[in-house]
Design a binder for this molecule. Structure first.
Ligand code: SF4
Length: 281
C-alpha cells in the first residue's frame, strides 16, 4: 500500500495549475513551429509567430499565456494500492486548484451556478474525472480549459446508418462554425461510440494525447489523418485570418457502443493547449 498525503497532492496540483497556464508543452510548441514554417499565408505565418512569441514570453516571465486561465479539468488515475492520508483525494485536488489560481495570479473564472452567475472567487470547484487502475501509482493531469474553444464543442447522437462520411462532415462543420471563436489553430478531440456521456469524456481525454502520436488502430489513425486534411482545407487558418493551419492535430478515441447508436462528440482545444501532469510511483 502506498500512502500519499493530501497536503502533497494539494501542493503538486497547485504547481500543475500554474505550470499549465504559463508553459506550453514541448509538443505543442513544436507543432506551432512546424506550422509556421510550412504555412502558405503570410498573415497566417505572422499570426503563428506571434503565438510562439506569446508562449515564450509567458514561460520566461511566468505569466499566463491567455487572460482566460480556464476551468480546471483534472484527470486522475488512482492505483488500487494508493491511500490518501490526512484528507481525501477530491478535497486535496480542490485545495490545490484554489492555491494554484491564487498563488499564480490566475483569473478566477468559475461561477456558483449557471443561473445566478456569482463567481466562486477561487476558481473552484474543478471538474474531476477519476479512474481506478491497478497498482500503486497516482497520476494527475490538470487541463486549464478556456471557454472560447469549449463553447464550440458539439455532440450528436447519430444513427449507425449515417456512416463515416457523416462523422467527417460533423467534425468539419464543428470547426467551421467555431471559426475565430475557438482561437485556431485548434487541436480537435473526437469521441466516437460509447453512449451520450462517455463519448464526450473520451473526446476530452483525446486532447491530452501527444500531438505527434496517432491512434494505434489503423482504421482510426486513417480517420484522424483524413480529418486533419479536411479541416486544414477549409482555409480558416491561424486565428481565422486565412491559411492552411486550422488544426494542429485531430485525435479520435473510440468506445464500444449499442448496435442502434453512434454518438459523436467533438471538443475543440485552442492553440493554448494547456495541460500539465505529475505521477507518484
Ligand atoms: S479560446 Fe483559448 S486562446 Fe482563446 S481566449 Fe479562450 S483560452 Fe484564450
Amino acid at each position: 500500500m502506498k500512502h500519499i498525503s493530501a497536503a502533497d497532492i494539494s501542493a503538486k496540483v497547485a504547481d500543475l495549475c500554474i505550470r499549465a497556464c504559463t508553459v506550453l508543452p514541448p509538443d505543442v510548441i513544436a507543432a506551432l513551429e512546424a506550422a509556421r514554417d510550412r504555412e502558405e499565408s503570410q498573415l497566417g505565418r505572422d499570426v503563428l509567430s506571434r503565438l510562439l512569441d506569446n508562449a515564450r514570453i509567458a514561460q520566461e516571465d511566468g505569466v499566463p499565456m491567455c487572460q482566460d486561465t480556464g476551468l480546471a479539468v483534472v484527470f486522475v488515475e488512482m492505483g488500487e494500492e494508493v491511500r490518501v492520508s490526512g484528507g481525501n483525494l477530491g478535497d486535496a485536488i480542490t485545495q490545490g486548484v484554489r492555491e494554484g489560481y491564487e498563488k499564480g495570479y490566475l483569473r478566477k473564472s468559475v461561477v456558483h451556478s449557471p443561473l445566478d452567475r456569482r463567481n466562486t472567487g477561487d476558481n473552484t470547484p474543478p471538474i474531476i474525472h477519476a479512474e481506478i487502475v491497478a497498482g500503486e501509482k497516482l497520476k494527475i493531469v490538470v487541463a486549464a480549459k478556456g471557454a472560447g474553444s469549449e463553447n464550440m464543442s458539439r455532440l450528436q447522437m447519430m444513427s449507425p446508418a449515417d456512416g463515416e462520411a457523416a462523422v467527417k462532415r460533423f467534425v468539419r462543420e464543428t470547426v467551421e462554425q467555431a471559426g475565430a471563436s475557438a482561437c485556431p489553430p485548434v487541436v480537435v478531440g473526437v469521441g466516437l461510440g460509447g453512449n451520450f456521456e462517455q463519448c464526450a469524456l473520451i473526446a476530452k481525454k483525446a486532447l491530452l494525447r501527444r500531438l505527434t502520436d496517432s491512434s494505434p488502430n489503423r482504421e482510426v489513425a486513417a480517420l484522424e489523418s483524413d480529418l486533419l486534411e479536411l479541416i486544414n482545407r477549409t482555409g480558416i487558418g491561424p486565428m481565422a485570418v486565412g491559411g492552411r493551419t486550422t488544426a494542429l492535430a485531430v485525435k479520435v478515441e473510440t468506445a464500444p457502443c449499442h448496435i442502434a447508436s453512434m454518438p459523436v462528440a467533438v471538443t475543440l482545444q485552442c492553440h493554448a493547449a494547456r495541460h500539465a501532469e505529475h505521477t507518484w510511483e
